[in-house]
Design a protein around this ligand. Structure first.
Ligand code: GLU
Length: 325
């Protein structure tokens, strides 16, 4: 990804050369700019929109101080690890992964990510179990013997699949044919009948769900058994969530559990950069809310919730100034 960064810079340099008379000025400006790289998720999800749109706002409102690039990435686990290794400045990650990384459990068993810092939280994300209606799957237990996308390695939903399937008595290694596709491919594979179902933890609405709903008949199953309710009851980063009829085209009301999308960084990222990022996003929140339907419900005071890793000092400085903490 260091390589990726360099290639972005060289593309930028080529563009500067191409615009002739402007080049000297633009080159000088970019020499003083701080590059920021933010990792999202698959292009049809909402994380990519968080990365892309916060970067747009940063580029537009930071007076040329920053060159922010929001890029697609593999999701929560990947983003936390990439932030930790200094390959990304910020990444988007589920609140359950934020907690696990900070506390050294699940993917980080015994190895807490000491440098992980929270910045703010964004939209809620539901754990969705989406099936093609003609696959004959009426409840999670019916997945036995079916081909199910459990999420690509590095995604947040993969961990949710590994938690929830056993709670329904399904062994992901033996009872289903588990696929690890990235979500863009998984949504198409469902329509093309290459898989029967997928698990995706995502904000609503997202193209990853809307597209298959527009191409075939889909169902979204309840994930609300007593075992699930017990599982989430002692975990502050999970809530039960109800969705009404028609929230997705042709889909009946369903109940499942949800997390929040959180933006994380590393303790190694400069306070000024995090401060400027948080300030610019919060001061242009109305603009951000207008960029994607999943962001419409964002409220500044809620955006400090769902964060388990310690807040970055640059974020704390802004929140204190604004009386948000
Ligand atoms: N929750 C997913 C993950 O952690 C990403 C969802 C999205 O891209 O909006 O990988």
């Amino acid at each position: 990804m260091i390589h990726y960064r360099k290639s972005i810079l060289s593309v930028a340099a080529a563009a500067v050369v191409a615009i002739g008379g402007m080049s000297l000025h633009a080159t000088e400006a970019s020499a003083q700019q701080r590059d920021i790289l933010i990792g999202g998720g698959s292009v049809t999800g909402v994380y990519y929109q968080v990365a892309l749109q916060t970067c747009q706002i940063m580029n537009k409102h930071s007076g040329g101080k920053y060159n922010c690039v929001g890029r697609p990435a593999l999701g929560s686990v990947f983003n936390i690890n990439a932030v930790n290794r200094g390959l990304l400045d910020f990444g988007v990650a589920q609140s359950d992964r934020n907690w696990q990384a900070a506390n050294g459990t699940a993917d980080w068993d015994g190895k807490p990510v000491e440098n992980l810092r929270s910045v703010f939280s964004a939209h809620p994300e539901a754990v969705l179990l989406v099936t093609r209606a003609d696959a004959g799957i009426k409840s999670v237990g019916d997945l036995k013997g079916k081909t199910v996308n459990i999420g690509n390695p590095g995604s947040g939903q993969r961990g949710n699949s590994m938690d929830l399937l056993p709670l329904y008595g399904i062994d992901p290694d033996k009872d289903i044919k588990a696929e690890g596709l990235q979500q863009g491919e998984a949504s198409r594979a469902l329509v093309d009948k290459k898989i029967d179902a997928f698990v995706y933890t995502v904000g609503m609405p997202s193209a990853a769900i809307e597209e298959p709903a527009n191409s075939t008949e889909i169902d979204i199953l309840d994930i609300n058994s007593d075992a699930i309710k017990k599982f989430i009851s002692d975990k502050p980063y999970y809530v039960l969530a109800q969705y009404p009829d028609g929230i997705v085209k042709g889909v009946d009301a369903f109940e499942t559990y949800a997390v929040k999308a959180t933006v994380v960084t590393s303790a190694d990222v400069e306070d000024q950069v995090v401060y400027d990022f948080v300030k610019t996003v919060f001061e242009n929140l109305e603009e951000l809310k207008g960029t994607h339907a999943a962001f419409r419900i964002l409220k500044a005071e809620d955006m400090l919730g769902g964060l388990s890793a310690p807040l970055h000092p640059g974020a704390i400085k802004y929140y204190k100034e604004k009386g948000l903490m």
